[in-house]
Design a protein around this ligand. Sequence first.
Ligand SMILES: *[C@@H]1O[C@H](CO)[C@@H](O)[C@H](O)[C@H]1NC(C)=O
Ligand SMILES: *[C@@H]1O[C@H](CO)[C@@H](O)[C@H](O)[C@H]1NC(C)=O
Ligand SMILES: *[C@@H]1O[C@H](CO)[C@@H](O)[C@H](O)[C@H]1NC(C)=O
Ligand SMILES: *[C@@H]1O[C@H](CO)[C@@H](O)[C@H](O)[C@H]1NC(C)=O
Length: 216
Amino acid sequence: MTCFYLIFILVSALLYQAFASEQVDLTKGFISLPLNRTYYHIQRPYDVPEAQRYSFIDGIHRCWVYSTDKPHTPTSKTKPRTEIAMHGYNYSSGVWQFEGYWYVPQGTSGFCIMQVFGASPPRATTLMLRVYNGSLTYYKGPVLVRDIYDKWFKLNVIHDVDAAKLKVYIDGDLKLEADGHGGTSHAFKCGVYAQDNDSYYMESRWKNIKVLRKCD
Ligand SMILES: *[C@@H]1O[C@H](CO)[C@@H](O)[C@H](O)[C@H]1NC(C)=O
Ligand SMILES: *[C@@H]1O[C@H](CO)[C@@H](O)[C@H](O)[C@H]1NC(C)=O
Ligand SMILES: *[C@@H]1O[C@H](CO)[C@@H](O)[C@H](O)[C@H]1NC(C)=O
Ligand SMILES: *[C@@H]1O[C@H](CO)[C@@H](O)[C@H](O)[C@H]1NC(C)=O
């Protein structure tokens, strides 16, 4: 009797585990593409050396910027940024996915941490995930996650270009379904890009970044 009961518990646990891991494996059916500095570059204030705004130590990318910094090119009119731009993987069709773990330290606010670049003008972006006052938001709202400071979160963004649909998952939970905004070329970017009400210091950290494409 006891033995039967133990086997029952064991089988239930295994089934639960299989179900739970299936739930969070958002990358199933996707190919993870090679990602090294051949495929991305660091956009940073044009007048400072990269090492003063970006580091990559023990697998953690750290991007920071100050509200008083210059834009990323002398001719740009945009706010300051330090972003990892996946410009080796510009895409215009198919289903693409960005996966990564992110961390935002306390005391920073008013910036974008991840974007899907490219949209029909006058828009420049199809998706922005921003930090305002301790929350992660889709553009200025709605709020997707509260109380984010000093913690790691898993992010998956799936962009179905042909259907013009995006899905945003935090720690495996679907938090947002959004429409595409047109455009002929897209790329994933992550880091810090100042927005309205930006704090003097802005920082985000990233690890295990993957760019994936759905198998045909
Ligand atoms: C980046 O990855 C590609 C594909 O795996 C490889 O061919 C290339 O040599 C790598 N470049 C560097 C700088 O490691
Ligand atoms: C990808 O697009 C960006 C932004 O339009 C551009 O700066 C970059 O050169 C493109 N990369 C490639 C490899 O075409
Ligand atoms: C920011 O969040 C804190 C705590 O969540 C709250 O007390 C404060 O009023 C908020 N500030 C603004 C400007 O929303
Ligand atoms: C920025 O600050 C102003 C003034 O405090 C406030 O009215 C506005 O809602 C803030 N914007 C965001 C996106 O938090």
